[in-house]
Every structure is written in C-alpha cells, then in structure tokens.
Design a protein around this ligand. Structure first.
Ligand SMILES: Cc1cc2nc3c(=O)[nH]c(=O)nc-3n(C[C@H](O)[C@H](O)[C@H](O)COP(=O)(O)O)c2cc1C
Length: 200
C-alpha cells in the first residue's frame, strides 16, 4: 500500500464490496496522481439505483466534508442529510434535480459566521460551502458512488419546507447513490489547457 489515501480506499472497498480504485496504481500513467485520476473519474450522475446508502458510506462522506478548509477556519457551513422518503419527497418540491437518489446532501452557509475580506467586504460563506460540497462530491466518487452538484433549486422553498435550515443560506445540493447512468456529453468538454491557464 503506497499511501494513506490508497489504504483508505482499499478499506472502504472491502466494507461495501466495491473495488473502485483498488487497482489504481496499475492504471495510472506514471505522472498522473491518485487525486487527478479521481478528479477525472468523477462525473455528474443523473440516474440512480434504488439501493440505499449504508451509514458507513454516509459517514465517510460527512467526515470528508467536515475536514474541508474554510476561510480563517470559521467553519460557517452545515450539512443536512436528506434521507427519509418524506423528506426526499418534500425536497422534490424545491428542485427538479434529485434524480431519484436515495440520499441528498444539502450544504448551507451562515454569512454572519464567515470570514469577511477587509479590502472589499467580500463574505467567504459561499466559497467555504462550495469547498465542503466539493469534498462531498469527490469522497462520494472515491467510494464508487454516483453524485451530482445541483445548484438549481428554490432556496425560499427549502427555507420554508425545512425549518431545520433556518439561519443558513442553501448553497448546493448533492444527490448521491449507486450510479445507474454514465457521464453526459459535457463531461468530456473542457477548455484546452492553453485557454484555461496562463503563465505570467
Ligand atoms: C455550481 C454548479 C451547479 C450545478 N447545477 C446543476 C444542476 O442544477 N443540475 C444538474 O443536473 N447539474 C448541475 N451541475 C452539473 C454540471 O452541469 C456539470 O458538472 C457539468 O456539465 C460538467 O459535467 P461533469 O460534471 O459530468 O463533468 C452543476 C455543477 C456546478 C459546478
């Protein structure tokens, strides 16, 4: 076992019988990192099997989210795990994009708890929540689970229907489950490196 990350992946694979990345070292070109391979394997999954997630899977995703960095370590972010059939049904009233997933992680941020940049007053809450969300997405992918970032939802409806979220601005939702669909066409479409990055 080359490093802690690979060991963790392998442990998880044993737990829920998925070998998602256990053969990664063999598949990696010499210069591609484990993380880069994961970043490329991730895709927006928009169809899920009925299979529920285990508590172990949910807890691994939450743990990866919990350790995300936040500006000045203010940690102004909260995650709600929408899992009961009633709550999932309610959430469908606020977004068209739960895609039948057995669990939806909702990530909210509290602006008045976040770091504020002194030069221009920019509030860091949304950025912090986006990083937490990114950890959710990538940990779900590392577990071999399908997932998708959903930004298209009615925040007022979520606020009204989920009083647990009071005081937070909802930033992003993540349907997660066992994938029943491959990547869509957009997954392969990225800017060329010379357009994307510039050396100065
Ligand atoms: C901020 C953000 C908001 C998004 N909102 C939605 C959404 O509401 N519904 C959806 O199906 N996909 C949504 N996506 C997924 C993007 O459409 C997808 O990441 C992009 O087309 C690239 O495809 P890929 O993720 O498969 O590589 C969102 C992605 C991001 C980063």
């Amino acid at each position: 076992m080359k490093n802690k990350f690979l060991k963790k992946i392998s442990d998880i694979s044993n737990l829920h019988k998925r070998a998602a990345f256990s053969d990664l070292p063999d598949r990696l070109p010499s210069k591609e990192s484990v993380f880069q391979a994961l970043a490329k394997e991730r895709y927006s999954c928009r169809q899920f099997k009925d299979t529920p997630l285990t508590d172990v899977q949910i807890n691994h995703i939450l743990e990866a989210a919990r350790v995300a960095p936040t500006a000045a370590n203010r940690q102004p972010v909260h995650v709600w795990v929408v899992k009961s059939p009633e709550a999932l049904e309610k959430l469908k009233g606020a977004t068209d994009y739960t895609y039948g997933a057995p669990v939806v992680f909702m990530v909210g941020a509290k602006a008045d708890a976040a770091w504020v940049r002194k030069y221009d007053g920019k509030n860091g809450a949304e950025i912090d929540a986006a990083i937490v969300g990114t950890h959710i997405m990538l940990e779900a992918s590392a577990l071999g689970l399908g997932n998708v970032w959903v930004g298209s939802f009615d925040p007022a409806k979520i606020k009204a229907d989920f009083p647990e979220t009071a005081g937070y601005e909802m930033v992003c939702l993540f349907p997660v489950g066992h994938a029943a669909a491959e990547a869509g066409a957009n997954h392969a479409k990225r800017q060329e490196m010379d357009i994307f990055a510039t050396e100065i």
